[in-house]
Design a binder for this molecule. Structure first.
Ligand SMILES: N=c1c2ncn([C@@H]3O[C@H](COP(=O)(O)OP(=O)(O)OP(=O)(O)O)[C@@H](O)[C@H]3O)c2ncn1[C@@H]1O[C@H](COP(=O)(O)O)[C@@H](O)[C@H]1O
Length: 105
C-alpha cells in the first residue's frame, strides 16, 4: 500500500458506496452545474460515458507504462467514476459488481 493510501482516513473505506450514492442522487434530482447530471440528461450521455471509459482506460495504460503511480491513481479514479455512472445508467448497482466479484472467489 502506498504511503498516501495508508494515510487515508478509515471512513474512506466507504468511498465507493458514497460515490455511487451521489451518482444515484444526481440521477434522481438532476441538479444544475453537475457533470454527472449532464451525463444523465444529454441524449448522447451514454455514448459520452462509453467514450470516456475508452479514453481513460488508454490513459491508465500510458500511466502504467510510465510507472507513474500518481497519474495511474488519477486515471483509474476517472475510469471507476465513469464505470459507476454506466452501472447506474443501466439500472445496476455496486451490489451487482460485488456479486460478480464474489462469485469468482
Ligand atoms: N469522481 C468524479 C469524477 N471523476 C471524473 N469526473 C469528471 O469527468 C470528466 C473527465 O473528463 P476529462 O477526461 O476531460 O478529465 P480531466 O481529468 O480533465 O482530463 P484527464 O486528466 O483525464 O486528461 C471531468 O469533467 C471530471 O470532472 C468526475 N466528476 C465527478 N466525480 C464525482 O461525482 C460527484 C458529483 O459530481 P458532480 O456531478 O459534478 O456534482 C463529485 O463529488 C465527485 O465525487
Amino acid at each position: 500500500m502506498s504511503e498516501e493510501a495508508a494515510d487515508a482516513d478509515a471512513t474512506d473505506a466507504d468511498v465507493l458506496d458514497d460515490l455511487f450514492a451521489v451518482i444515484e442522487d444526481r440521477k434522481e434530482t438532476l441538479p444544475a452545474d453537475s457533470y454527472t447530471t449532464t451525463l444523465f440528461t444529454d441524449e448522447k450521455g451514454e455514448n459520452l460515458v462509453l467514450e470516456k471509459l475508452g479514453e481513460e482506460t488508454t490513459e491508465v495504460i500510458l500511466a502504467a507504462k510510465d510507472d507513474d503511480h500518481e497519474e495511474l491513481a488519477h486515471e483509474a479514479a476517472d475510469v471507476v467514476y465513469h464505470l459507476l455512472v454506466l452501472l447506474s445508467m443501466k439500472g445496476m448497482t455496486l451490489d451487482d459488481l460485488r456479486a460478480e466479484l464474489a462469485e469468482r472467489r
